[in-house]
Ligand binder design. Structure first.
Ligand code: AMP
Length: 544
């Protein structure tokens, strides 16, 4: 017997419509590059999104066309988040921290047709514009005129109607596209359907997940180009939450100022951001009013336990650790404690909160060791595999990466984990040797290959070394050719034109030989061990 409920497509349209209809006065606050604050509402947003959708169609947008955005977090970016998919296009967020070469590759692979770009990010566009083929470039200007080759966003939408004839969208249709550079080799595209974004929003809003309601004020520190700011702009719009966008100002003081002024209740970002904030709060006790904050979501890299403890004990602030991936939209697990675990010792509670957490509803997990499924004993390690309605089933036009998806329908995360008897997942290692610095991936292999192109270098291996501020930073172990010389300065100069600045190794360690395994490959685990007590200088990371 079949159920007798309506066939109702799960698309972003009812989310968008509800915010405009029932929360027209709820604010959307943006901080622009010049630090000025602009206030808008869901009521205005509802009209502006429709104006933008009309303008995109006028620019030639066809169903399925990819529209790229290169922007910081602000309310105009939120307009693009809805107007592009609701007009039948695919929102493709670009990470401005990537090199021009990578951005050109990604845009050509995605076949982007239009680009919306912040005026302050035009220098990034300059780095790749010759290598891409766009129908039009639209600039989010602020206080400056758009350059001649581009269209000014406000001038473009101003004459448009504020009602749009939304096309019929089927829930399986693509709404968003995001590339992950999470492994070596070329970035891989993940295509989000309307249905995935809707279901992900519904579960993210649950109190045991990220926990959002119409009474909250949410500030995503996580950029809108990192897995759709973890889906928070969609989730917040769905429930009518006030949204506060920090623009490019992500330093601790600027953020604390906004938390205080806008009475932010929920915020989210990578550990590096929170370490900076913890440091500022420790240095200047009593200066900042953080009493409105109910939860700070930390993810993208492991949240150090000392940080969770520091916020808790010294500032009464609740850090919630979560795990996810570009391929999982991204929410996978959240480390909130079950009620009976709240009664455990303080030590045990902290230990559990520093784990990656319990899978959220509809994210199924299994842990596969060398000999099949591993026991949930908190000790046996295996690769975490996941499946669910917002987990990718393949990459965009990338058959070479098909082996990340198992024959029986699971996604291989590449994270090595244990699971305890309560079901809490804990990452112990990564199967890959990537470096995650301030929430951004750095490929060790790409750096090694480049270094080994230097005339004086015989061998080079790059590994992640724990760093108090950035989580991890690259350190290069270098073996020089007999009789050759190359100072760290010379090596840095050699790499500089080839990589984004934050990719450049912070230190070089000269060795006679790099440890290798039985098959002659670099033994990175041994190298990491050798370098684990590496002492960092106080210098900030270049380019960040
Ligand atoms: P990305 O696709 O760039 O978001 O990167 C996803 C990867 O980041 C995961 O496979 C993990 O290796 C890592 N990651 C994300 N969240 C966490 C976390 N809470 N703890 C440790 N690693 C994490």
């Amino acid at each position: 017997m079949r159920g007798l409920m309506m066939d109702y497509e799960l698309t972003l349209l009812p989310i968008f419509d509800r915010a405009g209809r029932y929360f027209p006065d709820v604010e959307l606050v943006s901080r622009w590059p010049d630090k000025s604050i602009q206030r808008s509402t869901y009521g205005e947003f509802h009209k502006r999104v429709q104006k933008l959708a009309n303008a995109l169609v006028r620019l030639g947008l066809k169903p399925g066309d990819r529209v790229a955005t290169l922007g910081w977090n602000h309310s105009r970016h939120l307009e693009a988040y809805f107007a592009i998919p609701l007009a039948g296009g695919v929102l493709h967020t670009l990470n401005p921290r990537l090199s021009g070469q990578d951005l050109a590759y990604i845009m050509n692979h995605a076949e982007d047709r239009l680009l919306l770009v912040d005026d302050v990010l035009l220098p990034v566009y300059e780095r790749f514009h010759k290598d891409v083929n766009l129908r039009a470039v639209v600039v989010w200007t602020h206080g400056h005129a758009a350059p001649d080759f581009a269209i000014d966003y406000e001038q473009m939408i101003e004459p448009e109607m504020n009602t749009f004839a939304f096309p019929n969208i089927e829930e399986g249709q693509a709404a968003g596209l995001c590339y992950t550079s999470g492994t070596t080799g070329k970035p891989k595209g993940v295509v989000y359907s309307h249905r995935a974004l809707v279901l992900h929003s519904m579960v993210s809003a649950l109190p045991d997940a990220l926990g959002l309601s119409c009474g909250d004020a949410m500030l995503p520190v996580v950029p809108m180009f990192h897995v759709n700011a973890w889906g928070l702009p969609f989730t917040a719009t769905m429930v009518g939450t006030k949204q506060v966008f920090p623009g490019p100002h992500l330093d601790a003081k600027s953020l604390l100022e906004l938390f205080q002024k806008e009475k932010v209740t929920l915020t989210a970002g990578v550990p590096t951001v929170w370490l900076g904030i913890l440091d500022e709060l420790d240095r200047n006790p009593g200066v900042w009013d953080t009493s409105s904050i109910k939860a700070m979501i930390v993810g993208g890299a492991a949240a150090p336990r000392s940080m969770i403890e520091g916020f808790d004990k010294r500032h009464g602030l609740r850090v919630i650790h979560a795990w996810g991936m570009t391929e999982t939209t991204p929410l996978g697990t959240v480390a909130r404690l079950k009620p009976h675990l709240e009664k455990a010792t303080e030590e045990e509670r902290l230990r559990m909160r520093a784990a990656q957490g319990l899978p959220v509803p509809f994210v199924e997990t299994r842990v596969v060791g060398e000999n099949g499924a591993v026991a949930p004993d908190g000790k046996s390690m295996g690769e975490l595999q996941v499946r669910g309605p917002w987990v990718a089933k393949s990459y965009f036009q990338n058959p070479a990466e098909a082996d990340k998806f198992t024959m029986d329908g699971w996604f291989r995360t590449g994270d090595i984990v244990t699971v305890d008897g309560e079901g809490y997942v804990r990452i112990t290692d990564r199967s890959k040797d990537l470096i995650k610095s301030g929430g951004e991936w750095i490929s060790s292999v790409d750096l090694e290959n480049a270094l080994m192109g230097h005339p004086s270098v015989k061998e080079a291996a790059v590994v992640a070394v724990a760093h108090p501020r950035w989580g991890e930073r690259p350190v290069a172990a270098v073996v020089l050719k007999d009789g050759s010389k190359a100072t760290p300065h010379e090596l840095t100069e050699y790499l500089t034109p080839l990589f984004a600045r934050y990719w450049l190794p912070d230190s070089y360690v000269y060795m006679d030989a790099i440890p290798r395994n039985a098959t002659g490959k670099f033994l990175k685990s041994a190298l990491r061990d050798q370098l684990k007590d590496h002492r960092w200088e106080e210098s900030p990371v270049p380019g960040r």
